[in-house]
Design a protein around this ligand. Structure first.
Ligand code: KG4
Ligand code: ZN
Length: 340
């Protein structure tokens, strides 16, 4: 016998992952993601190739999610989908599919902001897992965003700081490209850094007023540093790869946490969470735990599968919107930029 609750089918296609999840309320029954390896060779996501792959993947991914959840399409009570921010062609594929499905099934369509969803991944119901209390501070770190968000309630957000230029994920990926590593370089830098000396090299910091971040100067200084060293020793990268990764990663994590600590101190917020692709980073995860212990804070670190892009986080956000009857109609359009 099936449990009673709201069955939500959620779709995520904002960048290069095609994902579908089925949830009953905020409990995940399935969460299937097709990654696109085609971008590895280009050092970044090629939008046209991404949207073509979404078109190929979307039907098999949705079918696989329904099968794994052991749910028939006719049992679905609402269809949720990312409407932004993201790549226009990628968003269009998921949004068009979701609109058609909601019309065909005659169930509500719920549009979801991708960055809100990264944060609300903390409310996916898991055994022995406690969700953050309100208000909490969330450091949202992904390929396109770096934000310090005060979360007052499930659907009430205030940005207290954000990057004025590049996102920290971009600083990871571009540095990896400079080192000759494939896209996305963040996870590779993380892996190589584990065996490196994080004190060996130092990198510049850009001072930004208030609680904002800047990563574009750090990225450029990394490029000049590598070019300079290569000039002296053409084998510099091969001979020092692990130490370069460890030192650069350490620098980025320190920059991220410096502002977070400042905001936590100033606001007196007791709960601290991280979210988004870069929250899978092992040094960030361990530094956050240590920082929480030292400052008597409670920290919330997402499960690995809910850090990078996934439809389960879209589904859980839709669950809270469903309760408030925040439905969309079929005139909804994708938005490459979108406020929280
Ligand atoms: O949230 P996400 O999957 O997609 C966006 O919304 O952008 O984040 C992707 C970003 C990429 O920049 C990727 O390199 C980075 O997350 N990332 C990591 C790690 N895993 C993913 N960065 C550092 N360490 C990791 N372990
Ligand atoms: Zn994301």
């Amino acid at each position: 016998m099936q449990k009673t609750g709201t069955y939500i089918l959620a779709i995520e296609s904002s960048c290069d992952d095609t994902s579908c999840a089925v949830l009953i309320d905020n409990h995940v029954l399935s969460n299937i993601t097709a990654n696109q390896s085609i971008h590895e060779q280009y050092g970044g996501v090629i939008p046209e190739l991404a949207s073509r792959d979404h078109q190929k993947n979307i039907v098999p991914v949705v079918e696989a999610a329904l099968k794994k959840a052991n749910i028939k399409l006719t049992e679905i009570n609402a269809v949720a989908v990312t409407s932004g921010p993201g790549l226009m062609g990628s968003l269009l594929v998921g949004l068009s599919f979701a609109k058609s499905l909601s019309l065909a099934l005659n169930v509500p369509l719920i549009e979801v902001n991708h960055m809100q969803a990264h944060i609300l991944a903390h409310f996916i119901e898991e055994e022995n897992d406690v969700a953050p209390g309100f208000p909490f501070l969330c450091l949202t770190v992904s390929g396109g965003h770096t934000q310090l968000v005060k979360v007052n309630d499930h659907l009430d957000f205030e940005i207290l700081g954000q990057t004025i230029d590049d996102a920290v994920g971009e600083a990871f990926d571009k540095a990896a490209k400079i080192l000759g590593l494939p896209y996305p370089g963040g996870p590779l830098i993380d892996k190589l850094a584990k065996e490196g000396d994080r004190t060996k090299f130092r990198f510049a910091t850009t001072n930004v007023p208030g609680h904002d971040y800047s990563f574009s100067g750090i990225k450029t200084s990394f490029l000049y540093f590598v070019q300079n060293e290569m000039h002296k020793n053409k084998n510099f990268i091969e001979e020092n790869l692990k130490d370069i990764c460890a030192s650069y990663q350490h620098h980025l994590i320190n920059v991220l946490l410096k502002n977070a600590k400042k905001v936590l101190k100033e606001t007196g917020i007791q709960y601290f969470a991280i979210a988004g692709g870069v929250s899978a980073n092992s040094e960030l995860r361990s530094q956050v735990k240590q920082m929480a212990e030292e400052n008597n804070l409670k920290c919330f670190i997402p499960k690995f599968e809910y850090c990078t892009d996934n439809a389960a986080m879209i589904g859980v956000t839709a669950f809270y919107k469903f309760q408030k009857k925040q439905f969309s109609d079929v005139s909804v359009v994708p938005q490459t930029r979108m406020e929280l």
